[in-house]
Design a protein around this ligand. Structure first.
Ligand code: MLT
Length: 233
């Protein structure tokens, strides 16, 4: 079994893909489902998201970390953790995370969302589904590698290496090296470029929330996408 890590989305996947956007889209997506959401719909644009408005629909997303005008929520996992979404579906559009999921969905056979908060459960689910390869795909930020995503890829890789025999590519080895040479996750996330940015706009609680490792067993799994976007449950 092959284990690879793309430090930015690559676009060609053959088997299981773990999409990682720790700050904050995949952390928030896990939280929505944990708080009772029936499904997530990840759209390619805010306009497509706004067109989904209706009974039982919550619109959530951000640009530059701030809520998109006209949406019900931004992209805060800490905020999501204080609400319940029973009977609702959440339509998400974010700067990087939903785009990375779309790229993965275009070719991946099984697409899962992973963060630090659900890392062990996501690794277990990926191992159970994979027949040839597990690709960890880091969303990054605005086209640049994100330390927090690479660190999380290293956490996922360590879990996976303990679950079976893998050959690892350079990306996976880089992620493992980052994981093994870093301090605690809270320090890594707070010191990352996007973590510093979020802290600077008053969202440090999200950074702290996203640093909790394997506290959730919820793993968003992509259903076959419709023309609107990628449905995860
Ligand atoms: C993203 O998807 O780009 C991130 O989640 C951005 C953010 O929410 O800060």
């Amino acid at each position: 079994m092959r284990l690879r890590a793309d430090l930015l989305p690559h676009g060609a996947y053959s088997d299981v893909v773990l999409v990682v956007d720790v700050l904050r889209a995949t952390t928030t997506a896990v939280t929505y489902l944990e708080r009772g959401a029936e499904a997530l719909l990840l759209t390619a644009t805010p306009e497509v998201a706004l067109a989904q408005r209706g009974e039982g629909i919550v619109l959530a997303g951000e640009r530059g970390g701030w809520p998109i005008p006209g949406f019900d929520l931004g992209n805060s996992p800490a905020e999501a953790a204080t609400q319940t979404f029973a009977g609702q579906s959440v339509v998400m559009n974010t700067t990087n995370g939903t785009a990375a999921a779309h790229i993965a969905a275009a070719s991946g056979k099984h697409v899962l969302l992973a963060a630090l908060t659900n890392a062990h459960a996501a690794a277990r689910r990926a191992r159970a589904l994979a027949t040839e390869e597990i690709a960890i795909v880091c969303a990054g930020t605005d086209g640049r590698v994100g330390l927090e995503d690479v660190y999380a890829a290293g956490v996922l890789a360590e879990y996976l290496l303990a679950m079976g025999d893998f050959t690892t590519d350079d990306g996976a080895r880089i992620a493992l090296t980052v994981r093994r040479s870093s301090g605690n996750p809270a320090e890594v996330l707070a010191g990352s470029g996007h973590g510093v940015y979020l802290g600077g706009i008053g969202l440090e609680e999200d950074v702290r929330y996203a640093a909790q490792v394997s506290v959730s067993t919820v793993v968003p799994v992509l259903d076959p996408a419709g023309e609107v976007g990628d449905v995860l449950r």
